[in-house]
Design a protein around this ligand. Structure first.
Ligand code: NAD
Length: 477
């Protein structure tokens, strides 16, 4: 394990934290410590931001688009060469099944390729203004961007913030979550090896309160791009408001999965378990509220529950594993509290909810039936392998129930009636929606939420716009 990066990555090299109080990083599958990491102190954060600002001014912002493209393609190439290492580190830190970790490492590389290519296709407008002359717009970089990412998809989310921010000409200070700093540190090192000038990407592990707060409030930070919980997102928006910093927030969710009787019900039932249980349910897009038209409710529930029991829960290092452990003992406790509260309230647990192994933070995926719309398990983000399924009779009432949530991130709807699909899709309050599919993320398309699920968009060209200021220039005749 000697090759595990554990220091701060500042100015193109690894450095010790000036605070020097390391905390152990626990592999949730074995409960063993795999590394000791000391988070960045306020002093380290300030030093990293100041030199990121220097690196921005010294030339990254002014580098020709062609040169920035070359660097980003180089990063993507090195990420592909290091894919297995990235996947192994991710899997050991957070218990992600290795096959998913490999897919996510590849996704990170793909994100860099997309934005490498986007640099030369990112254009302004010429505008025919009433007074004549020549009017055009420029998309200009902002300066130093703070990227704060969670532990559930640490590597891809880091990439989908860092790549567009760099492509647009900014420098970035990346703060991974305390539970998952390793692949972010590796990303910093790989980007440097790929030719990114020192200081343009700094990586600072550390806790939200010690490292995150200083980062968000520093005057040289122009934008905070955050993915995490709605409560922390709201605090970040409040802190950022003092300096009128730009923010983009990708937050929590409680996404619906709507199944009409005219759908391919068997297919929906077979595919839906992984739309909520993938990543052991620790997914902001988890379709944890399932609405099934009453005529096919029993059939759907039987197949869904049978498919859930077939899911392979186990050691994340094995290729066949579909669900690994939860990320920590604390996270498992939170999830178990939801399940025991539902049980005490008389709800039916049709499958799972128990611990399959004595070691590791594992939990069998739970199917909860007979819930009421006021139940906490139906309303709140559980962030674990728990699904609730309810029948519906009337389309309009069902849509009201779907939208009766502070969240609006993702969702699916299953029907073979095209007009119904389009009608319902328009009415569901969410930033992302799939019809006859469970997908949420496409590198080329905008990703983000309505309501308390967030503000701004990751991915696609929308993300690149979000890392620029729009300038209008008028040239008189
Ligand atoms: P979290 O909000 O606890 O932490 C996210 C990040 O913010 C971490 O790096 C953390 O250290 C940092 N942070 C915490 N307090 C901070 C503060 N005061 N100032 C600055 N930074 C601070 O979230 P988490 O537990 O890591 O992740 C789970 C949450 O993330 C879930 O709610 C999930 O829905 C959400 N999420 C959303 C998306 C999305 O794209 N919408 C994607 C993944 C996860």
């Amino acid at each position: 394990m000697s090759e595990i990066p554990t220091q701060l990555f500042i100015n193109g090299e690894f450095r010790s934290s000036t605070q020097g109080k390391p905390a152990g990083l626990i592999n949730p599958a074995t409960e063993e410590i795999i590394a000791e990491i000391a988070g960045a102190s306020a002093e380290d954060v300030a030093a990293a931001i100041e030199s990121a600002h220097e690196a921005y001014r010294r030339g990254w912002r002014d580098l020709t688009p062609g040169k920035r493209t070359d660097v980003l393609f180089n990063i993507a190439r090195l990420l592909r060469e290091n894919m297995e290492r990235i996947a192994q580190l991710e899997s050991q830190s957070i218990g992600k099944p290795i096959s998913d970790a490999r897919d996510e490492a590849a996704l990170g590389a793909r994100v860099f390729e997309y934005y490498a290519g986007a640099i030369t296709k990112f254009t302004g407008q010429t505008i025919p203004v009433a007074r004549g002359g020549f009017d055009f717009t420029l998309r200009q970089p902002m300066g130093v961007v703070a990227a704060i990412v969670p532990w559930n998809f640490p590597f891809p989310i880091a990439c989908w913030k860092v790549a567009p921010a760099l492509a647009a000409g900014n420098s970035v200070v990346l703060k991974p979550a305390s539970l998952s700093p390793l692949t972010a540190l590796l990303l910093g090192q790989i980007a440097r090896q790929a030719g990114l000038p020192p200081g343009v990407l700094q990586v600072l592990p550390g806790s939200g309160q010690e490292t995150g707060d200083v980062l968000v409030t520093h005057p040289l930070i122009r934008k905070v791009s955050f993915t995490g919980s709605t409560s922390v997102g709201s605090r970040i928006m409040e802190l950022a408001s003092r300096g009128l910093k730009r923010v983009s927030l990708e937050l929590g969710g409680k996404s619906p999965n709507i199944v009409f009787a005219d759908a391919d019900v068997d297919r929906a039932a077979m595919e839906s378990p992984m739309s909520v249980f993938a990543n052991t349910g620790q997914d902001c897009c988890a379709r944890s509220r399932v609405f099934v038209e009453r005529r096919v409710f029993d059939r759907f529930v039987d197949s869904f529950t049978a498919a859930t029991r077939q899911l392979r829960v186990g050691n994340p290092v094995q290729d066949a594993t579909q669900l690994g452990p939860l990320v920590s003992a604390g996270q498992r406790r939170v999830v178990e509290d939801f399940i025991s509260e539902a049980r005490k309230g008389g709800r039916r647990i049709a499958a799972g909810g128990d611990r399959p192994f004595p070691r590791g933070y594992y939990l069998n995926p739970a199917v909860v039936l007979e819930v009421e719309p006021s139940d906490r398990v139906w309303r709140e983000e559980v962030f674990g392998p728990v699904v609730c399924i309810r029948p519906f009779d009337d389309e309009a009432k069902m849509i009201e129930e779907v939208n009766d949530s502070p969240y609006g991130l993702s969702g699916s709807l299953w029907t073979n009636d095209l007009r119904r699909a389009l009608r319902v899709a328009r009415q569901v309050e969410s930033g992302v929606l799939s019809i006859n599919s469970n997908s949420s993320v496409h590198v080329e398309a905008p990703f983000g939420g309505f309501k308390q699920s967030g503000l701004g968009r990751d991915l696609g060209m929308a993300a690149m716009e979000g890392y620029t200021e729009l300038k209008n220039v008028y040239v008189g005749e």
